[in-house]
Write a protein of this length. Structure first.
Length: 453
């Protein structure tokens, strides 16, 4: 406790860090207040059906990422996810289209152009999602839930549709602007922090509901609740290991896994990670899994049939098997485009480095490629396991809302953002010759887990 108090004092003494933390808190408060501002023309007292609909499944996940704004019919209802989707699309275009590849190599000017394109694409995606969201809201509200300015929610006016779409698009762009301001004038990655705040906002109510349900007659009692918390802590520790990854692999171990028994000399390392892709494979896969619900206008799962119903069932086998398989494939895909064995081999050769027993150049590149192919498999399987963990614990009786904190994109983002933010705070402390946040070693950030920007 004494060390914690001293750390708080040290943070307060650093003016730049103090101002950044205050700015971050202020921007976050604006975002949280905005999530409770209901769209004009909708009666907030009639949203019980919408809240019930967004408790489970993919809609529950969307509601978590938006911090409850989705179920509140808020001006921030679509949250930051359209921007994330646009960023992923631009990244994929950068792999296939020469124009985007050229922009990625143009330094600061290219980055500004890519950001501008991403913003335009965000507007288009939000404008496409807004009518589907409004259609779902209208279907969930009774006729009297509309203001006197409209004849009834069953037949809203053109003005209601146009104004609401404009407000939803503006809301998403404003949230994106808040994220950029947090990055520039606050602490941490702004977009990631906004998502994290939305996730944390749902934790207290989910925890209380789970406690109440377990203390019921058929809930299992306090012991079961404590076991659930212990399992949650264990999974969080696993996620910390997954987020941090392995920063360097011993050459001896690398040679063993590729079948080369001849090694010797001093202990050396290769800068490779078991989880080089971070959480990006989950984000890619999750964005695609959102498509069925978006295309059918956020309809209820029980009203769907066929493929749409299968891929809208958050706890179903088809959804989770497909989700896990896509994560494994995207892990290999993202690792292949971010880790270039030829470039690594060339850099090692230029700097006079080498792998004992392996010839420089193509042989070294092939060796690194073989190592990455083998170590990526366990990393991808572990990532897929963590992603479908919420569905697995759901079968043990854990409520859907609380189960979402047992893994998936939400927990990995939560752990990654907290580690990254703490690392930045620690960097400010160490630059001013203060003690860090930890007694032993420095906090490892999530360099491979940054959200697209």
């Amino acid at each position: 406790m004494k060390r914690f108090i001293q750390t708080i004092r040290n943070i307060y003494k650093i003016e730049d860090l103090r101002v950044r933390i205050i700015n971050t808190i202020g921007f976050v408060l604006i975002y949280r207040l905005g999530s409770y501002v209901v769209l004009p023309g909708i009666d907030p007292s009639q949203l019980s059906a919408l809240e019930a609909q967004s408790k489970d499944g993919l809609l529950g996940l969307l509601n978590m990422f938006s911090g409850g704004a989705f179920s509140n019919a808020s001006i921030f209802a679509l949250g930051i996810m359209p921007y994330i989707s646009a960023s992923i699309v631009v990244q994929l275009l950068g792999m296939a289209i020469p124009y985007f590849q050229k922009l990625q190599k143009d330094g600061e000017s290219g980055r500004k152009k890519i950001n501008q394109i991403t913003r335009y694409l965000t507007v288009l995606i939000t404008a496409g999602q807004a009518p589907a969201y409004l259609g779902n809201v209208i279907s969930q509200l009774p006729n009297e839930a509309i203001s006197p300015f409209d004849p009834g929610i069953s037949s809203p006016s053109v003005f209601f549709w146009v104004s609401s779409i404009i407000i939803l698009v503006s809301g998403t762009m404003f949230v994106m602007w808040l994220g950029e301001k947090i990055t520039d004038k606050g602490i941490g990655n702004g977009i990631s922090l906004i998502i994290m705040i939305g996730i944390i906002a749902r934790l207290p109510s989910s925890l209380v509901q789970e406690f109440v349900s377990r203390m019921g007659e058929v809930g299992g009692g306090l012991v079961v609740f404590i076991v659930e918390l212990a399992v949650l802590v264990f999974i969080i520790l696993l996620c910390i290991l997954l987020v941090q990854g392995t920063r360097k692999i011993p050459v001896q171990f690398a040679k063993r896994i590729v079948g080369n028994k001849q090694y010797g000399g001093v202990r050396q390392y290769i800068p490779l990670k078991v989880n080089a892709a971070g959480v990006m494979p989950i984000i890619f896969a999750q964005a695609i899994m959102f498509l069925p619900v978006t295309l059918v206008g956020f309809a209820k799962s029980e009203s769907l049939s066929g493929i749409a119903a299968a891929f809208s069932d958050f706890n179903g086998f088809t959804y989770n098997f497909t989700f896990a398989l896509m994560i494994v494939l995207f892990t290999y895909f993202y690792t292949a485009i971010t880790v270039n064995p030829n470039q690594m081999a060339e850099d090692m050769k230029k700097n006079g480095g080498f792998i004992p027993g392996v010839k420089p150049g193509k042989k070294t590149a092939d060796f690194i490629d073989n190592v990455m192919s083998r170590i990526t498999l366990p990393g991808s399987l572990f990532l897929a396991f963590v992603a479908i963990m919420p569905a697995l614990v759901r079968f043990t009786g854990v409520s859907s809302q609380f189960a979402q904190f047992y893994g998936g994109t939400s927990l990995l983002i939560l752990v990654g953002v907290i580690l990254d933010t703490l690392q930045q705070i620690e960097s400010h402390l160490l630059m001013r010759h203060y003690d860090g946040l930890m007694k032993s070693g420095r906090i490892k950030g999530r360099s491979s887990v940054n959200m697209p920007s």
